[in-house]
Design a protein around this ligand. Structure first.
Ligand code: ADP
Ligand code: MG
Length: 697
């Protein structure tokens, strides 16, 4: 690449100052600018006579400025008003707070072209804040009267700047651009040529050109990460892992049938069909000689713990240690307690490892893990610390995946010399396209059935001025012997403020609203021992009402709790609300979830209505994706989008094509050594390196 365009600031029309603004858009190189695609287009290809324009229309008009009305007054500038005339009629152009426009208009001698929406003005039709361009004497206006790309922009960068700079990188880079997608794949998937599609997308001759060009570039955006994931999958399947032996004839300690007998002994219920199917999928992976990388998705209450227990049991019966890692201490404790109940009857001990253990207890745990005495280990992040050494580690189960990153997955893998089997469980249903885009390297199982006897949770949406009647409803249920959760509003600023809000709500309910009941408080700033004590009190029905921050989001299981009040529910995402709601409806009682919220936006209103309407976690996740985008659903706080032009809802079919193409590429040429993949390879390597450094997945 020639020196002039290797740095963005040297691109014609950019310079050091604008280069900084481009950086805010994530654009650092001319190449990235070339791939900064329009968000939408405006069709300015028709130039109506001013006499024919009508309010409501978006128009491009051309004419002379007849009258300019602008008086700067003190610090505040009044609107600029200019009358544009074309011989058939005139229209008023109005700008606010842009004094430099007055100067530009005053200096202009020729015609101008203006674009905007026509409104009914006081004395004539008006166009407010139009985009405009002064025509050169010899200019026929064609350059402006066309389909104009509208780009994502930012402070200090206007559409004109971007259009100019994009045109200049197109001139420099496009002629020598070689397509990185091999031609046979392009043919197979009906894709246009890269160079043409980029050109069309920036400068379409007609709006009909756009979909095909866009399809190609969306495909490109999907293809590269899909190749990364296809490679990861292929390499996992080539790696030698542990082949857990469930067969006496090959030296296994326990047979498949014997392990099923243990399952029947340890579980106080029959597995559902879906649980049984998923357990079989997991065991098949465990038996196979390569390391398992499987994601188990199951809605709240679908019984993932029992499935995890079956996987752990099988590992232990084949002579290995297994670990279950949970995102919070409360959840780790609850998992430990749950697994103890399962494993105790069949004589398997469960060891709990947490950050907050005292030194002596910690040392004892670590010794038991290192000498192989502890077969089942449950813990938080503390489990992946270097001090935790296993004797014969074989299986890692990671609960609530989206809170852990790729790095943690890697760290737990390193607990064993032979790559162990990894099972990832998530209660946040992941829409299919998202799973494909972000977890393409994992095999997937879905527990798509709830245990029998679950009653639907009746969900109601109440406005904040109805709060008193909501509390009366709670009072009635508590008088009948039920328990209630009250979840306080989400405060994202800090854990401290969140805890304070919970404490305030707690005192209000305890002192003013429910003086006759036993009210408890749970928040993230409490010590683990305090949290545990409160949870125990609630579980044992020594508390009637538990006021809590969203720490209860994951895991806790109290069957007598039958009502969930969520304050300011519109601040939560749908998937999160669904998780919280899933804390009730776990026993034989009719259960209720009350969303207390005022709809501040149409979005908020729509979200509350969907919550009332459905209890299908997958549907809610799809809606979340549609309304709030993938960044939100992934729990990543990164602003902006995950993809530049691709859209996980609209472009599901293109994603599917990209996945197929990636599989073909990797199966014929796993390390991309063939000449036709020479241009693809650096892109894939860059994406793989980036994947390592971000915590998605
Ligand atoms: P998840 O973690 O998927 O939200 P849990 O594993 O906590 O769900 O299970 C939810 C509840 O359902 C627990 O009380 C569990 O004992 C119970 N449960 C799980 N599987 C079954 C089953 N097959 N039959 C009856 N109850 C079940
Ligand atoms: Mg769970």
């Amino acid at each position: 690449m020639d020196q002039v365009v290797s740095e963005l600031q040297y691109v014609k029309g950019v310079g050091p100052r604008l280069a900084k603004s481009y950086e805010k858009l994530g654009i650092r190189t001319p190449q990235e600018l070339l791939e900064h695609f329009p968000r939408r287009y405006e069709d300015r290809s028709k130039l109506p006579k001013i006499a024919s324009i009508r309010p409501g229309q978006q128009v491009t008009v051309r004419g002379y400025i007849r009258q300019l009305d602008y008086r700067p007054s003190g610090g505040r500038s009044l609107p600029i008003k200019a009358t544009l005339h074309d011989g058939t009629g005139s229209v008023q152009l109005v700008w606010f707070n842009q004094p430099w426009i007055a100067k530009k208009l005053r200096d202009c001698e020729g015609e101008i072209i203006a674009f905007g929406t026509v409104k009914e003005g006081r004395y004539s039709y008006e166009i407010a804040s139009p985009e405009f361009e002064v025509l050169d004497a010899e200019d026929d206006g064609e350059s402006f009267a066309r389909i104009v790309p509208i780009y994502p922009a930012t402070d200090g960068l206007n559409q004109g700047n971007i259009r100019k700079a994009v045109s200049s990188v197109m001139e420099k880079l496009l002629p020598s651009l070689q397509d990185f997608v091999p031609s046979d794949l392009r043919r197979k998937f009906g894709l246009g040529n890269q160079r043409e599609c980029i050109a069309r997308l920036h400068h379409p001759e007609s709006l009909d050109d756009v979909p095909k060009a866009r399809r190609r570039l969306v495909f490109d955006e999907f293809l590269v990460p899909q190749v990364v994931m296809a490679q990861l999958r292929a390499s996992t399947h080539r790696e030698t892992g542990i082949a857990f032996d469930f067969d006496h004839s090959s030296g296994g300690l326990f047979s498949h049938g014997e392990i099923w007998e243990d399952v029947a002994k340890m579980l106080p219920f029959e597995l559902t069909g879906a649980q049984r199917r998923v357990v079989n999928e997991i065991w098949d992976d465990m038996r196979a000689p390569f390391p398992m990388h499987r994601l188990v998705q199951g809605d709240v209450g679908s019984g993932k713990t029992a499935v995890a227990a079956c996987a752990i049991l099988a590992a232990v019966r084949a002579g290995y240690q297994a670990a279950l890692m949970a995102p919070t201490e409360i959840l780790a404790e609850q998992h430990a307690a749950g697994l103890k109940r399962f494993f105790h009857p069949i004589g398997i001990e469960v060891e709990l490892v947490m950050g907050k253990q005292n030194a002596k207890a910690r040392k004892k745990s670590l010794d038991k893990i290192a000498n192989g005495e502890a077969l089942v280990v449950v813990g938080t992040h503390a489990l992946i610390e270097d001090t935790v050494k296993f004797h014969r580690f074989g299986l890692g189960v990671i609960d609530e995946q989206h809170r852990f990153g790729v790095k943690q997955r890697q760290a737990i893998k390193e607990k064993s010399e032979i790559p162990p089997d990894i099972l990832v469980m998530t209660a946040t249903p992941i829409p299919r396209t998202m799973a494909m885009a972000f977890y393409g390297d994992l095999d997937k199982s879905v527990i798509d059935e709830l245990p029998p006897g679950r009653k639907p949770i009746k969900t109601h949406w109440k406005r904040t001025n109805e709060r008193q009647s909501v509390y009366e409803g709670v009072r009635k249920l508590v008088q009948e012997g039920r328990q209630a959760y009250v979840v306080c509003p989400l405060i994202e600023e800090s854990e401290k403020m969140q805890a304070q809000a919970a404490t305030d709500l707690f005192y209000r309910l305890k002192v003013e609203t429910f003086p006759e009941f036993r009210v408890g408080l749970l928040h993230g700033q409490m010590k683990p021992a305090e949290k545990e004590a409160v949870m125990e009190e609630f579980r044992d029905h020594n508390l009637d009402i538990l006021v809590s921050t969203v720490v209860i989001e994951v895991g806790v299981d109290v069957k007598n709790a039958s009502v969930m009040v969520i304050e300011d529910a519109n601040r939560f995402g749908l998937s999160q609300l669904h998780q919280i709601r899933g804390r009730v409806g776990r026993g034989e009682h009719a259960s209720y979830c009350i969303l207390v919220a005022d709809a501040t936006t149409p979005d908020a209103e729509e979200r509350m209505k969907i919550m009332v309407e459905t209890q299908d976690g997958f549907r809610l996740a799809e809606e979340d994706l549609r309304i709030r985008g993938p960044g939100d659903l992934m729990g990543t706080k990164q602003s902006g989008q995950v993809f530049k032009i691709a859209d996980l809802i609209r472009d599901a079919e293109i994603l599917e094509d990209a996945r197929k193409a990636a599989a073909m590429i990797v199966s014929s040429d796993p390390s991309l050594e063939k000449s036709e993949h020479a241009l693809l390879r650096p892109r894939v390597e860059a994406a793989a390196a980036q994947r390592e450094s971000v915590a998605i997945g």
